[in-house]
Design a protein around this ligand. Structure first.
Ligand code: ATP
Length: 231
C-alpha cells in the first residue's frame, strides 16, 4: 500500500530522516518507536505531505506521491493525526469533525458513525474543542481524520499527556478501526503496548530505521536496545 524508498528529510543542512526505506502492506498495524528527536514525526509528516522530501520516493497505492500536496494525499486515502492534535480550539467538536470532510471519498465514516465510535464525544458535540479533556481532544482529532475515509491512518503520539484509563479508551477505538480493515501506523512510546497492539515494530534512531520486525518475532529487550542504539 505504501512504499518509501531512500527518503531524506532535512531542516536546512540537518538530516532529520536519513535514507529511510519502508513498505507497509494493506491491513497492517505498525508501531513506530524511537526516542525524542529520533525523527518519527518528521518522517510521518513527510509521508503526509506536510514537509517536503529532500530525496527519495513515496508511493501510495501504486501512485508516486512524493511531490503531491497534502490535500491530494488525503484525497487518495492517507490521513495523519498530528502530534499535539492541532484542533481549532474556538470551534465545536462537530465543527472540527466537519473540517475533516475535505474529500468526496466513498466510505462509511459520517458524523453519526464517529459519535458511535467515540461515545464520550456525544455529550460534547457542541462544546468548544479548547474546553475538552485530553482524551476528548484526541478522540476529536482521530474522528476528524476519519471523516476523510482514510485507507491508511497515521497517528502521531496518540497517548501523549493522557491518563492510563483514557489511553485504554483511545486504543479501544483504534482497535475498532483496525477491525474495519484500516491500515494503521502509530507512534507509541510505551513499548509493551506497541508490541501488544501492533503486528510490526519499526524503531528509529537518529533519523534511520534500526529495527523492523514482526512483533511476534521480537521482544521488549531487543526493541529497547535498538531504541538506545546499544549493540
Ligand atoms: P519527538 O518524540 O520528540 O517528537 P521525533 O522522533 O518525532 O521526536 P522529530 O520531531 O521528527 O523527532 O525531530 C527529529 C529531529 O529534527 C530532532 O533533532 C529535532 O530537533 C529536529 N527538528 C524537528 N523539527 C525541526 C524544525 N522545525 N527545525 C529544525 N529542526 C527540527
Amino acid at each position: 500500500m505504501l512504499n518509501i524508498s531512500d527518503l531524506d528529510v532535512r531542516y536546512g543542512q540537518f538530516r532529520a530522516v536519513q535514507g529511510v526505506s519502508l513498505s507497509i502492506i494493506k491491513g497492517e498495524t505498525v508501531s513506530l518507536i524511537g526516542a525524542n528527536g529520533a525523527g518519527k514525526s518528521t518522517f510521518l509528516r513527510a509521508i503526509a505531505g506536510a514537509l517536503p522530501c529532500h530525496q527519495g520516493r513515496i508511493t501510495f497505492k501504486d501512485e508516486n506521491i512524493t511531490l503531491s500536496s497534502a490535500s491530494h494525499r488525503v484525497q487518495r486515502g492517507l490521513a495523519l493525526v498530528p502530534e499535539g492534535r492541532r484542533l481549532f480550539s474556538d470551534m465545536t467538536v462537530e465543527e472540527n469533525l466537519l473540517l475533516g470532510k475535505t474529500t468526496n471519498r466513498d466510505g462509511e465514516w459520517t458524523l453519526e458513525r464517529i459519535f458511535e465510535t467515540f461515545p464520550n464525544l456525544v455529550k460534547r458535540r457542541t462544546a468548544k474543542a479548547g474546553n475538552l479533556s485530553g482524551g476528548e481532544q484526541q478522540a476529536t482529532a482521530i474522528g476528524r481524520a476519519l471523516m476523510s475515509n482514510p485507507e491508511l491512518l497515521i497517528l502521531d503520539e496518540v497517548s501523549l499527556g493522557l491518563s492510563p484509563l483514557v489511553v485504554d479508551q483511545v486504543y479501544d477505538s483504534i482497535e475498532k478501526l483496525r477491525q474495519t480493515g484500516t491500515t494503521i501506523v502509530l507512534v507509541e512510546q510505551d513499548l509493551a503496548r506497541a508490541i501488544a497492539f501492533s503486528n510490526r515494530a519499526v524503531c528509529m534512531l537518529e533519523g534511520r530505521i534500526v529495527l523492523d520486525k514482526p512483533c511476534a518475532e521480537t521482544n521488549r529487550d531487543e526493541i529497547t536496545q535498538a531504541y538506545f542504539g546499544l549493540d
